[in-house]
Design a protein around this ligand. Structure first.
Ligand code: CTP
Length: 694
């Protein structure tokens, strides 16, 4: 997950600086490129030579190179990086970062950083506990930084307590977790309401509540991390956007929140209603500030709409809805009443009687109640609670796979249903119009071109996303972009989409000027950008057709292979035979190799005979999938480096875990055995198969 990621590691003057050496080693081992920036004080604890040797790059510490006078540009570092880690971060550096005191290269780099920043504090326990440090940590969190909390243990002072820098292995894990994007909710749209609502009394006063919005924001982040498209309707809160894949709609009052939710809900697969909506609003909103009279006053209130109740009436087949119940007494009984009344699929109960649960804290203690069952969870951080809730949501969405009847609506037949996104935040400052025009041109090119002569029904259309990140751009129209391309196919008779293709292309070089038309002519590949897109589109269509009929995608896969063969001279390493096991050329060359034919046949068996039959014959469908497992193992043994084996052993693993949540213990045992032989590092995921029992 960190392969090819560019990381700035900021090291400050703490005794824990020696651990930075291990951190650099681990990051480099994961395939990351590391640029170390040290504060002058850090050099007292570890030599720049150690860190430059391990990272393979000169360490930066001063604004200027003394010998040449060259400027070390913190601005460029801010644009270059995919992430910054400050580890160890001393109390003094935390203070400087929180208040913008930019008197060394590390802090200026932090302040120019466009990428997410992770901070691992390290200091003595009293300094860590000091209100000034705690305040600075809170401020840095509010700015959207990720704090990797200090651990407890023996400190350099020989005192015991909290303040030790988290171990390098755990820092790397935090980073890997952040960059992980799952596929479990890929193709799903989730609506979330969060925060309080404010009900105006007059131009300067309102009725509100203490909701911080943190729980809803954490759920939005978790859904996005699992691949969903999230619409977050937020009341007035001071929280940053939780994830780039979240679309945020800010509202103030209950009525505004309700209108936005009603507009969004019909196109969503799920809704999680976390907002603490004011049940009442002042009947009259004064146009002018209400004057002090010295007398008492009576405020007349009228009822606000109940958003959960309204959406519960609108809820259609295939949609899942969850709500929260904040109770002070008779928690379970009240929560069950709300579950019924609001037509929810499950409700998350938090009781104000539990310490650490509720509004103004970072922890929560919840019980998830659905129509059959309840699960009581211990006190956890709101982020961990979000993981539990989203896991529950995802399980219900997969369960619908077995229940929902076929939708046969036919539509104008376009094969792709692509969303295109171009993120130019790394190169902003230059001409932004060109990026908007390129995004529009890409959208038009991918979605309007007829890539096949086949007719696709609405319920057969592939869902895919092309997410470009502009890594560099110059005014002559030269671009270097990375691209995350992902595609799912609908599972017959359900609203579930199954992962078909997912690949991160780290570098696509091409030229584009405003008003250029994007064109693609087969066998005349003078435009690298359109060649790359045509390559992915044909690969995706080919894989989709392979999943519909045995080896059914050959025509399109051969088109993709042809592009890869012809593009060898385009001067882009992604096309070059033999230069990598993981580039465009090797993806298609591996897949079309005769030795992989059993793997291609397996696409059909798994999807068509397995998944597509599950809604009417769950046991039969699962049996077909079980028969695929030894074939996946064989493909993995024959060509362990081939990209396509990953489809099953990494990208579909959540789906497989869910599919086996309901079967006999013998079947579970057999599946876990085969899958763990394929990839032993999946053991945590596979444990879920054994534990799941519904
Ligand atoms: N909710 C909502 N709109 C409202 C009130 C509540 O969407 N006007 C949602 C909340 O987001 C939550 C669930 O309904 O998911 C339950 O909210 P809660 O405040 O506990 O319940 P109320 O219905 O307001 O009942 P009461 O205040 O009497 O406990």
């Amino acid at each position: 997950m960190l392969k090819g990621k560019k990381i700035v590691l900021g090291v400050t003057g703490s005794i824990a600086a020696y651990k930075a050496a291990m951190l650099v080693r681990l990051l480099v081992k994961e395939g990351a490129e590391v640029q170390v920036v040290m504060t002058p004080a850090a050099k007292e604890f570890i030599t720049p030579l150690t860190l430059s040797t391990l990272s393979g790059k000169p360490v930066l510490s001063e604004f200027f190179n003394d010998a040449s006078g060259a400027w070390h540009s913190h601005v460029e570092l801010g644009l270059w990086a995919d992430a910054m880690i400050v580890a160890p971060a001393t109390a003094s550096t935390l203070g400087k970062m929180a208040s913008g005191i930019a008197d060394n290269l590390l802090v200026t780099t932090y302040m120019s950083m466009k990428a997410p920043v992770f901070i691992a504090p390290a200091m003595d326990l009293d300094m860590y506990a000091h209100p000034a440090t705690q305040h600075n940590i809170e401020v840095l969190k509010e700015y959207g930084n990720h704090i990797i909390e200090a651990a407890s243990g023996e400190l350099a002072s020989h005192l015991n307590g909290k303040g030790r820098m988290e171990e390098p292995e755990n820092i790397v894990k935090a980073l890997k977790d952040f960059f992980f994007t799952g596929s479990e909710l890929s193709g799903k749209r989730v609506l979330i309401t969060a925060g309080p609502t404010y009900e105006k009394l007059d131009p300067v006063r309102f009725i509100g509540n203490y909701s911080s919005g943190k729980m809803g924001f954490a759920i939005a982040e978790e859904c996005a991390r699992r691949g969903a498209k999230v619409t977050l309707i937020a009341g007035p809160v001071s929280l940053p956007l939780p994830h780039p894949a979240v679309e945020r709609i800010d509202v103030e009052s209950a009525r505004e929140m309700c209108d936005a939710a009603i507009a969004q809900f019909p196109s969503c697969d799920a809704a999680v209603l976390c907002a603490a909506v004011a049940d009442y609003r002042p009947k009259v909103q004064a146009g002018r500030k209400i004057k002090h009279t010295g007398e008492g006053m009576t405020l007349e209130l009228e009822a606000n709409p109940d958003i959960a109740y309204t959406l519960g009436r609108m809820k259609g087949e295939g949609q899942v809805m969850a709500g929260f119940a904040l109770e002070t007494n008779d928690g379970e009984e009240n929560a069950r009443k709300k579950l019924e009344k609001k037509n929810l699929d499950f409700i998350v109960l938090n009781s104000l009687e539990d310490k650490g649960a509720g509004f103004a804290c970072d922890t929560n203690k919840v019980t998830v109640i659905d129509r059959k069952d309840k699960t009581v969870y211990p006190l956890k951080s709101k982020k961990s609670v979000a993981k539990d809730i989203v896991a529950h949501l995802s399980k219900l969405l997969v369960a619908l796979l077995l229940l929902v009847l076929p939708s046969t609506a036919s539509a104008e037949g376009e094969e792709l249903n692509a969303t295109v996104n171009l993120n130019a935040s790394k190169v902003q400052g230059s001409n932004t119009e060109v990026f908007t025009m390129l995004q529009d041109a890409l959208n038009e090119f991918i979605n309007s071109r007829k890539w096949t002569t086949n007719t696709y029904e609405e319920n057969e259309r592939i869902v895919c996303s092309f997410n470009f990140v502009v890594n560099s751009y110059s005014n002559d129209g030269s671009f270097d972009c990375s691209l995350m391309v992902q595609a799912t196919r609908p599972v017959y008779g359900s609203s579930y989409n199954s992962m078909l293709f997912k690949y991160e292309d780290t570098s696509i070089k091409f030229k584009y000027q405003p008003y250029d038309r994007l064109e693609f002519v087969e066998d005349n590949l003078d435009n690298n950008l359109t060649a790359v897109i045509a390559f992915y589109v044909y690969t995706i269509i080919g894989m989709d057709l392979d999943s519909m009929g045995e080896l059914g995608g050959s025509e399109f896969l051969n088109k993709a292979l042809n592009i890869a063969n012809n593009a060898q001279n385009l001067g882009d390493a992604g096309w070059r035979a033999g230069s990598s096991n993981n580039n465009r050329y090797s993806i298609i060359d591996d897949y079309m190799n005769g030795a992989m034919e059993p793997m291609r046949k397996l696409m059909y068996k798994y999807h068509r005979l397995g998944l597509d039959t599950m809604f009417k014959n769950a046991d039969g469908g699962r049996k077909a999938i079980t028969e695929c497992l030894p074939l996946i193992k064989k493909a993995y043994e024959d060509r362990p480096m081939a990209y396509f084996t990953k489809l099953f052993t990494e990208y579909k693993i959540d789906e497989i875990v869910n599919l086996y949540s309901k079967c006999t213990p013998e079947e579970k045992k057999e599946v876990v055995k085969v899958l763990s032989e394929i990839n032993p590092s999946l053991s945590t995921e596979l444990d879920k198969i054994t534990k799941n029992d519904n």
